[in-house]
Design a protein around this ligand. Structure first.
Ligand code: ADP
Ligand code: ADP
Ligand code: MG
Length: 454
C-alpha cells in the first residue's frame, strides 16, 4: 500500500500527480530546486524538501538526493513525471534497492524500449511495422551510406538515446551524409552522453499518431485509443487531439491491437505510449518509438475515455489489477489540448522568462486547465517553457474546436509572451479544420507569416 508519494518532477506534471495522490488518499511530498521555492507544486504538496541548486544535474536529476528525501520523509513511492528520471532504468532499480516503489514500468521494459534503436529492432522482430532503416545502431558512415542508397533519400539519422525532438538530422542527399553522420554522433555524445545513432527513411508530410497503453503486473494490457500529435514545431508537439480525425475504424482497431501486442512483448506493466508515423497517402503506419512514462498530452485520452491515467499508473505500480478489460474501454466525443508555453512565436518560439502580471484561466463546460503557475508567479529561466495545458472536450470535433477557440479567447496571460496567439491561428486554419494536416502545418503557418521557425 502507498501512503506517501514523492514526486520527482516540477511544474504542471508535479501538480497533476499531487492531485492524483490526494484523490487516492495519499500524502504528497514535493522535492524542489532552489529556483522552485515559490512554485505551485511546492504549495500543494503536504511536505516539501529542497534538493539542490537550479541546474538539473544538481537537483531534479541528482537521484541520490531524491532517494534521501524519500527516506527522510518516509515516502513509499516515487513518481518521476515525464522527462527527467522517468525513463531511467538505473533510477527505477535504485528505487527498488531502497524499497521504494517506482511509479513506472519494470526496469527491464524501460531498458528494452528506452534505447530507440533496440526498441525498433525488438518491435520489428515482434511483427510490428517499423520505418525502413538500420537494424540497430550504425557502426560507421560507410554502413550508413550503403543503407541510405538502398532505401533512398531523404533519410533521418537519430540518436538512440534522443528525446524531446532533439538528436535528429534529416539528410536530403548523398553528399550530405558523411558530414551529417559525424555531426549526429558528436551531438548525440554531447547531448545524451551516448554516441549511438541509427538511420531510417524520412517520410514526407506524415501524421504522428500514438496509442496509449496500460498494463499491470498480472500480465494484462489494454489500449486507450489514439492521439493525433501532428501539430509540431522542431519535432516537438504543440497541439494534440483525440481521436485522430483521419483514422478509419479498422485502422484504429488494428493499431490498438498491435500496440497492445508490442506492450505485451516486453511485459509492459504501466502507462506507456507507442508512437507511429502514419502515411495518409497509403494508410500505412510505422512504429517509431515507445515512451515508457506518462505523456504530456495524456489528458486528452482521459477526457475521451473517462480513465484517470495517473491514478491508474499509481495503482498498477502498487500491484493492483487493471480494473477494466478492453471491451469496457470506450471513447466518447473529442478532446483537444493546446500547450501554453512561455515562448514568443514571433521570435522563433524563443523561451521567455518573467513575472505573470495577470493570469486568468478559462472555464465553463468541457474545459480543463492543468497548470504549474499562478498570478504573480515568476517563471525561472532554467527549465522547460511549458506553463499550462488547456484541454477541452466536445461531443463532436466541431464542438471541441469551437470550445477551444472560445477558451483560448478567455485565457489572459500578461507579463510574458505565450503560444496562445499561435494556437488561435492553428485552430482557425482550414487545414486544421479538415483534419488532414500533417507535421508540416506549423512550418506553413509561420512561412505565411514570414516568421520562419523550423
Ligand atoms: P523523440 O524521441 O524526440 O520524440 P521521435 O522519434 O518520436 O523522437 O520523433 C519525433 C518526431 O519527428 C515525430 O513525431 C515525427 O514528427 C518526426 N519523425 C520522426 N521520425 C520520422 C521519420 N522517419 N519520418 C518523418 N518524420 C519523422
Ligand atoms: P511527450 O513525449 O510526453 O509529448 P515531449 O517529448 O514533448 O513529451 O516532452 C518531454 C520533455 O519534457 C522531456 O524531454 C523534458 O525535456 C521535458 N520536461 C521534463 N519535465 C518537465 C516538466 N516538469 N515540465 C515541462 N517539461 C518537462
Ligand atoms: Mg517521440
Amino acid at each position: 500500500m502507498i501512503r506517501k508519494l514523492l514526486i520527482a518532477n516540477r511544474g504542471e506534471i508535479a501538480v497533476r500527480i499531487i492531485r492524483a495522490a490526494h484523490e487516492l488518499g495519499m500524502k504528497a511530498v514535493a522535492v524542489f530546486s532552489e529556483a522552485d521555492r515559490d512554485a505551485l507544486f511546492v504549495r500543494y504538496a503536504d511536505q516539501a524538501v529542497c534538493i539542490g541548486p537550479p541546474p538539473l544535474s544538481e537537483s531534479y536529476l541528482f537521484y541520490q538526493n531524491i532517494l534521501a528525501a524519500a527516506k527522510s520523509t518516509s515516502a513509499d513511492a516515487i513518481h518521476p513525471g515525464y522527462g527527467f528520471l522517468s525513463e531511467n532504468a538505473l533510477f527505477a532499480e535504485a528505487c527498488r534497492a531502497v524499497n521504494v516503489i517506482f511509479i513506472g514500468p519494470n526496469p527491464q521494459a524501460i531498458r528494452k524500449m528506452g534505447d530507440k534503436a533496440t526498441a525498433k529492432r525488438l518491435m520489428k522482430d515482434a511483427g510490428v511495422p517499423t520505418v525502413p532503416g538500420s537494424d540497430g545502431v550504425l557502426e560507421s558512415a560507410a554502413v550508413a551510406r550503403a543503407l541510405a542508397d538502398e532505401i533512398g533519400y531523404p533519410v533521418v539519422i537519430k540518436a538512440t538515446a534522443g528525446g524531446g525532438g532533439r538528436g535528429m538530422r534529416i539528410v536530403n542527399e548523398k553528399k550530405e551524409l558523411e558530414n551529417a553522420f559525424s555531426a549526429a554522433v558528436n551531438e548525440a555524445r554531447q547531448a545524451f552522453g551516448e554516441a549511438g545513432v541509427y538511420l531510417e527513411k524520412f517520410i514526407r508530410d506524415p501524421k504522428h499518431i500514438e496509442i496509449q497503453v496500460l498494463g499491470d503486473k498480472h500480465g494484462q494490457a489494454v489500449h486507450l485509443f489514439e492521439r493525433d500529435c501532428s501539430i509540431q514545431r522542431r519535432y516537438q508537439k504543440l497541439l494534440e487531439e483525440a481521436p485522430s480525425p483521419v483514422l478509419d475504424e479498422s485502422t484504429r482497431e488494428a493499431m490498438g491491437r498491435i500496440a497492445v501486442a508490442a506492450a505485451r512483448s516486453v511485459r509492459y506493466d504501466s502507462v506507456g505510449t507507442i508512437e507511429f508515423i502514419y502515411d495518409g497517402r497509403t494508410n500505412q503506419y510505422y512504429f517509431i518509438e515507445m515512451n515508457t512514462r506518462i505523456q504530456v498530452e495524456h489528458p486528452i485520452t482521459e477526457m475521451i475515455t473517462g480513465v484517470d491515467l495517473v491514478k491508474s499508473q499509481i495503482m498498477v505500480a502498487a500491484g493492483d489489477k487493471l480494473p477494466l478489460g478492453q471491451p469496457e474501454i470506450r471513447k466518447t466525443g473529442h478532446a483537444i489540448e493546446c500547450r501554453i508555453n512561455a515562448e514568443d512565436p514571433q521570435k522563433g518560439f524563443l523561451p521567455q522568462t518573467g513575472t505573470l502580471r495577470q493570469y486568468i484561466v478559462p472555464g465553463g463546460p468541457g474545459v480543463r486547465v492543468d497548470a504549474g503557475v499562478y498570478p504573480g508567479y515568476a517563471i525561472p529561466p532554467f527549465y522547460d517553457s511549458l506553463i499550462a495545458k488547456l484541454v477541452v472536450w466536445g461531443e463532436t470535433r466541431k464542438e471541441a474546436i469551437a470550445r477551444m477557440k472560445r477558451a483560448l479567447g478567455e485565457f489572459i496571460i500578461e507579463g510574458v509572451a505565450t503560444t496562445i496567439p499561435f494556437h488561435q491561428k492553428i485552430i482557425q486554419h482550414p487545414e486544421f479544420h479538415s483534419g488532414m494536416y500533417t507535421t508540416d502545418l506549423i512550418r506553413k503557418i509561420t512561412a505565411a507569416d514570414g516568421e520562419g521557425v523550423c
